[in-house]
Each structure stands twice: as C-alpha cells, then as structure tokens.
Write a protein that binds this ligand. Structure first.
Ligand code: KIV
Ligand code: ZN
Length: 524
C-alpha cells in the first residue's frame, strides 16, 4: 500500500482542461488554459489533466506550456491505446517536473465492438500500450472506459494486465453516468479484493453526472478504497458534466466526522476559480449550484435571516469565507478611488498591473456613473468583459441605437468595426435583440446558428447589469461569447460579437485545431 493510502489522503485529479473543455462550446483559448492551470496548481490540485495532446496542435501546445509553467501539480495528458497517441502525449507532458501519461480503452461490450477487437486482442493491446507508456514515464494511469458497464471478470482481467504492465493508477470511469453509490463502492471493493497487485496501486474514480449522482458515486468509491477523485471545477463536462471538485472537497471537509479523508486543496480559492472557469468556458454556474452557486450562501426568508443573525450555524454548515466568498460585499461607487478598486479586485482574485488597472478604472468609473452602487458581481462582470475584448478584436461594436416598444417593427442602427474599418447599417427584427443581431449579420454575413441566448441580471435593481451569453455553431464548431452592460441590448450585441470573434479565430485554426477526434478510435 502506498503512503497516500495509509494517510487516507485523497488525491484530487482535475480534468477541467480535458474532460471539461470537451463540453461542446466550452473551448478555451491557450492563455485561458494556462491561467486556469496556474490557479489549479496554486489551489493545491495534485494532478492536472491538461489536455489530449494528439487531438490538435493547440491541445499539444497547451499541455506542453502548462507542463512548463506549473510548479507543484503532476501534469497529465490523455492518450488513446496506440503508440502514436502515447508518444505525442509524452512529448507534451515530459516538460513537467512531474509528468503522467493517462491512456485508456473502452472495455465494455459496446465499446469493444467499436474497434472490433476480441477480448483477447484487447487484452494484448492493453498490455502493449501500458508497457509502452511505462517505458517512457514512471507515472502511468490506465482507464477502462465505460468500466461500470464492463463484465466484472473482464474488468478484473484487464486491470490486472494494466497493473502488471506498469500502470501506477487505475481509473474506473463511469463514462455515461450510469452507476449508483452502492454499486460504485462495490466495484472498487471487488477490484481491491480480486485483482492481484491491487494494493500496490491507487484506484481512481471518474464519474459523470447524467443521473445527478456523480458526487455521491465518487464519495462512495472513496469510502470503498479509491484514493483519487477525478473532477472538474463547477462540474464542467460533456452532457450533465463531471463530478464537481468543489463538492468533493467541501464534502470531505465538512463531513470529516464520517468521511475521515483529507485533500491538499486550499478551499478559500474555490470561488475565484469557479468564477474564472465560468467566464472562460461561457458556462454560467446555476444559481442554486452547491458550494459555488450565487444562492449557496444567500438566506432570503425572514426565518432564516433571523436565525442567521442569532447564530450563522443555524442555517450554514460551512462559512462563506471557507470557500473564498468575502464576508463583506463592500459596495463601491463613483467616489471610490483607484487604491480601493485595486484592493477590492485583489480580494476577488484579480491582481492587475498598473496599465491594466488604469484601463479597468476607466471602465469602473463609467459603470459607477450609470449605476449608483457597484457590487462585487458587477466588478467580476466588468473584468470578464475586459478579458473578452482583449482576446480578439476583429469585430467591435462601436455604436448602437434601437427603437423598440409596442409598435412594430423594432429596428437597430449599428456601427461595427470590422478589422479596423467602420460599417454602418439599419436593420429590423422581431424585437430589439433580433433587430440588433440582424444588423450584425448584415455587416458580417455568416452561417453560424444561434444555439443559446441567455440573459442574467448580475445584481438586483432595474439599474443592474445584464450578463448575456451567446452560443453559436458553424460546421460543428461551437463558440460562446459573453458580455455585461446595464443595457441588455448592448450586452447582447457585444456577446454576439464576442462569439463571432471566437469563431473567426477557430476558422483560422481549422485543420490544426479541430476537436473532431474520435475517442473510440483506438488505432487512429
Ligand atoms: O469518461 C470517461 O470515460 C473518460 C475517459 C477518457 C477516462 O473521460
Ligand atoms: Zn469522462
């Protein structure tokens, strides 16, 4: 048994940048991935799965650069069960002081049928590929994809082969979110009991949330002996997502009385990274999401508020400070100075250089002129906007005036800059947002389909900023743009244009940065 097992220390393996980013529309830029990786490293994540190096040149570069810049975390890359994938993965992760290769193959009957391998042929492939990975790297993780729907005898056989071939971590994925807590625990227990050498390696649990049980299934696996939990910030991931890191870490902290396992995570960094992942992925956190939702610590009802004032423990099982929510929501306004803004942004996790602060201060003053009180969430929205404008500026909204009301047709006059040249149009539509989007389309014709249009009020009151999210799809590429403004139509125009800017970047990278790689294609 390893030290990790002996201490009942649970290893946190974060896959936000691999499984999370795989979520359609959640694509992050290179710099965003680096920033998130550094935040994960600083918060004490043990292993960062930084990407799938063979998937694209962009993925390769991201994994390589993350391996270069991170200080403490193990940096892991994903590879299918073939030498080409594994070699490429090693090329990227070897830049880390602590590299890991993670290779996998689908072992369930359904997944075996895809590469059309017999059980024996697949067993040989597992031996070959894990041995190859182990020849390159001391730290090798192997996953039988769709493990929870794999016959138990075959699962035990393949896990034994992988251990003998040199795997140091065996991950048991619930790829389609099918298992339930008791079954999840029984599976780990069975593997520990039946597989020779199982006590020499770490078992990991990797759950998807299709039935809303990912966290419960992961915790059940830990109680049965798994000592690595694979998870993502905000539970980001394909379909209903992956196990949420913040839920696992806080559950183990708050209920340490019944689950006596520790992690190395600095929980006070949870809120900032949650916000940042929501920003860069374009996947807003639902208001009632456990731990990081806007309402997770809000007590609206009179009875709750009264109880909270008497003793916060009446209704709170953890303190907001423990997850990095500042206890005071110090309101800023137009008289607040630069030093106060810098201090406030620092509390919210943004450390700005002088030039950046100068730019943000101008935006803050403009916002404070329109809005009497500027709350934390307003500042976060402001930072998000500043970031997305920096990302790419092929298209820019310069002027917008809409006519709306009970009398149709609604119309929009728009001036938009395309690669530095101003274009002006007037367009009509079914409502002001539709008219605005039609105007954008007239200036910048495209075939992208609108997949999502979402508006959230950042704070309360009729002067609240609106955060708008726009998701577009063109030829299988999915991009998301976000923007905030006290004017919902302006925020909509900017979010639409932010998505188009991302699409332009994706178009330029077509051929080298496509994600259409098939996970099930073993022999590529
Ligand atoms: O869900 C899954 O099976 C995966 C594997 C690639 C580990 O993400
Ligand atoms: Zn997964």
């Amino acid at each position: 048994m390893t030290d990790t097992n002996a201490q009942d220390r649970v290893v946190i393996f974060d896959t936000t940048l691999r499984d999370g980013e795989q979520s359609p529309g959640a694509t992050m830029t290179h710099d965003e991935k680096l920033e998130i990786a550094q935040m994960l490293d600083e918060m004490g994540v043990d292993i960062i799965e930084a990407g799938f190096p063979i998937a694209s040149e962009g993925d390769f570069e991201a994994v390589r650069d993350i391996a270069d810049v991170t200080k403490s975390s193990v940096i892991c890359g994903l590879a299918r069960a073939n030498f080409k994938d594994i070699d490429r993965c090693w090329e990227a992760v070897r830049h880390s002081e602590r590299p890991r290769i993670h290779t996998f193959i689908g072992t369930s009957p359904l997944h075996r049928a895809i590469p059309n391998l017999t059980m024996d042929e697949m067993a040989d492939k597992i031996h070959e590929t894990v041995s190859h990975a182990r020849n390159l790297c001391d730290n090798v993780q192997w996953s039988p994809m769709d493990a929870t729907r794999t016959e138990h005898d075959y699962l035990c056989r393949t896990v034994e082969i992988a251990i003998k071939a040199g795997a140091t971590t065996i991950n048991i994925p619930d790829t389609v979110g099918y298992t339930a807590p008791r079954e999840s625990a029984d599976l780990i227990r069975m593997l520990l009991e039946r597989v020779p050498g199982a006590d020499e390696i770490i078992f990991a649990t990797h759950c998807h949330n299709d039935l809303g049980m990912a966290t419960a299934n992961s915790l059940a696996a830990v109680e049965a002996g798994a000592r690595q939990v694979e998870c993502t910030i905000n539970g980001l991931g394909e379909r209903a997502g992956n196990t949420a890191l913040e839920e696992i870490v806080m559950a183990l902290k708050v209920r340490n009385d019944i689950m006596p396992y520790t992690t190395g995570i600095d929980t006070r960094k949870i809120m900032n990274i949650s916000r940042r992942v929501a920003d860069v992925s374009g996947f807003a956190v639902q208001f009632n999401k456990a731990i990081v939702g806007k309402n997770a610590f809000a007590h609206e009802s009179g009875i709750h508020q009264d109880g909270m004032l008497k003793n916060p423990q009446n209704f709170e099982i953890m303190r907001p400070e423990d997850v990095g929510l500042s206890a005071t929501n110090l309101v800023m306004g137009k008289h607040s100075g630069r030093a106060a803004l810098r201090a406030k942004l620092h509390d919210l996790g943004y450390d700005l250089g002088d030039n950046q602060l100068k730019d943000v201060f101008v935006r803050f003053k403009a916002l404070a002129d329109r809005k009497k009180e500027v709350y934390d969430d307003d500042l976060i929205a402001l930072m998000r906007d500043a970031g997305s404008e920096e990302a790419s500026e092929h298209l820019k909204v310069k002027f917008l005036r809409v006519i709306c009301g009970t009398q149709a047709p609604q119309s929009a006059d728009l001036t938009m800059t395309v690669d530095g040249v101003d274009h002006m149009v007037s367009a009509m539509g079914d409502g002001p947002v539709d008219a605005t989007f039609n105007a954008v389309k007239e200036i910048f014709p495209h075939n992208a389909q609108l997949k999502l249009y979402q508006v959230h009020a950042v704070t309360r009151g009729t002067d609240a900023q609106a955060t708008v999210t726009v998701r577009l799809e063109e030829d299988g590429r999915i991009v998301t743009g976000q923007s905030a403004d006290t004017d919902t139509v302006v925020a909509s125009a900017k979010a639409y244009v932010a998505a188009l800017n991302r699409l332009i970047v994706r178009r330029q990278k077509t051929g080298t940065d496509q994600k259409e790689i098939d996970y099930r294609d073993v022999v590529s």
